[in-house]
Design a protein around this ligand. Structure first.
Ligand SMILES: *Cc1c(COP(=O)(O)O)cnc(C)c1O
Length: 485
């Protein structure tokens, strides 16, 4: 293990010498950039291979202590052992070994595997990192005697993953805005049936964008932010990315028969957080071959990897699809990858992102594009018809049911599969969350995990408010005063 102390730098500035604990509580860097480690820890493939029999939690410790070297090792190990327990990640296929936390389910005669990341409490891969983040924040806040009030907006998945991670945690409250009446009955029940005292669901009369605008406006009010200790848990948080690196190691260890065996990965992508973690695992020395970026009709990333042009979309060109967690107009974490591609030159990143602000996008130079091609990324785009066909075909042939996001991943994997190289498809949600598309594809209802039976009938706790930032701020101030009193 490297003895060099780990510090973090912003993609748009200089190394400020900050450690893991500080930057995970900060979120976005002060100059508007995203934090990355000053260097990627290097691990020899032989050593990685020797971790084959470690539990998920102990593997996570080996990987993450290299990023979080300012946390007491015993505390970090205890936190990871408390987080990655089979009881919390138990919603997968009964025939798979749940003690692995992220078991691989082999399909296509063993050429392809589904890396199951969606067995956590909200049935989507965001639980993998968010469950850790809940424990990490609770620990760091207790050490500092501080409090954190998380303000967020959700159209479904992120909000519920955050609430299930933060429920009952000391020093933390969650104020989660959602668009009234726009989420599925299952999603509403999942969030609004939580009765923990530190979780506040606010349904805003309006669309998701109205809810998100309120969060942006409130978060840019510096006085409100400081006085109310407002924070976020969005996908650019480095703690989430660092926790996601681990399952690439766990997937590879289940697939590889030799220390030098190359494994390809296909990743259903939106904000580029999930596949970025794969890129980082590869930089650390994990024998990763291709990283296939799978998109739906919202194909910003597909366009970039096939043309070198990054062009963000406006609202009129962001489509509502049957893999909704990938419906993005821009990819927040993409800046981190570009930083590596341009030789970690923050001036170049600033120039590119000012082109995004002024002209809605940029084109890389031929030399930079050569670096993209050498980086091992590939991309493929799927439509609704592709998803339905992929789900139907796997169900009929193998009796395996996948959700629409994973179907985008599998479709992309098949477009880029190489003879003799195993391909792992990241399974990012369970079919149970997307019953409508599953019925369309297979004619049957997906199985609901035990914990969710009858959830739609449970009592719900939600406050309905107008889409008014001042009203939301006043509610938060009042709530915090009541808690103090
Ligand atoms: C969030 C999400 C994605 C996209 O992940 P990114 O890290 O944003 O690229 C894919 N599938 C599901 C089910 C998700 O919830």
């Amino acid at each position: 293990m490297t003895t060099q102390k780990m510090t973090y730098r912003s993609t748009r500035g200089e190394d400020a010498g900050e450690g893991y604990s500080d930057i995970v509580l900060t979120g976005l860097a002060r100059d508007g950039g995203l934090y990355l480690p000053a260097h990627y820890p290097q691990i020899d493939a032989g050593m990685i291979f020797s971790w084959k029999n470690l539990s998920y939690a102990d593997l996570a410790f080996e990987v993450m202590r290299r990023f979080a070297d300012d946390i007491d090792p015993q505390k970090l190990r205890d936190l990871l052992r408390a987080t990655y327990v089979p009881g919390r990640f138990c919603n997968g296929r009964p025939e798979d070994d749940a003690t692995l936390i992220t078991p691989v389910h082999w399909i296509d005669g063993g050429a392809c595997g589904l890396l199951s990341l969606s067995n956590g409490p909200t049935l989507a891969f965001k639980d993998m990192a968010m469950q850790y983040l809940g424990g990490l924040f609770e620990m760091l806040l207790a050490e500092r005697g501080a409090q954190l009030n998380i303000l967020g907006a959700t159209s479904g998945d992120t909000g519920s993953a955050a609430e299930y991670a933060m429920r009952g945690r000391r020093g933390i409250r969650v104020f989660m805005l959602s668009p009234e009446g726009r989420m599925s009955a299952f999603q509403r029940a999942q969030m609004y049936s939580l009765d923990d005292a530190n979780i506040y669901n606010i349904a805003v009369r309006g669309a998701f964008d109205d809810a998100q605008d309120i969060v942006k406006a409130a978060s840019s009010d510096a006085r409100f932010k400081t006085e109310c200790s407002i924070g976020t848990v969005n996908s650019i948080n480095w703690a989430r990315i660092s926790a996601q690196v681990v399952y690439y190691f766990k997937g590879w260890l289940q697939a590889a028969a030799r220390p030098d065996e190359i494994v390809d990965f296909s990743v259903p992508s939106g904000n580029f957080g999930d596949v970025l973690a794969g890129w980082i695992a590869k930089q650390m020395g994990l024998p990763v071959g291709q990283l296939v970026v799978a998109t739906n009709e919202n194909d910003v990333l597909y366009e970039f990897f096939t043309t070198g042009v990054y062009r963000v979309r406006d609202a009129a060109h962001t489509y509502v699809t049957s893999s909704p967690s990938m419906d993005i107009s821009k990819a927040s974490n993409f800046e981190r990858y570009i930083y590596d591609i341009v030789g970690r030159d923050p001036g170049r990143v600033r120039a590119l992102w000012s082109e995004v602000a002024d002209k809605g996008g940029f084109a890389l130079s031929p030399e930079e594009m050569a670096a993209v091609r050498a980086s091992g990324f590939a991309a493929a785009r799927s439509t609704h018809a592709d998803r339905v066909r992929t789900i139907a075909e796997l169900w009929q042939r193998e009796g395996v049911m996948i959700d629409p996001h994973t179907a985008d991943g599998l479709n992309a994997a098949r477009a880029h599969r190489r003879e003799g190289v195993k391909m792992l498809v990241l399974e990012t949600a369970l079919a149970a969350k997307f019953a409508e598309t599953i019925r369309e594809a297979t004619g049957v209802d997906p199985v609901e995990p035990e914990a969710y039976r009858g959830i739609e009938k449970r009592p719900q706790k939600v406050l309905v408010m107008d889409a008014d930032v001042e009203a939301v701020k006043a509610f938060i101030r009042r709530t915090l005063q009541d808690c103090k009193a």
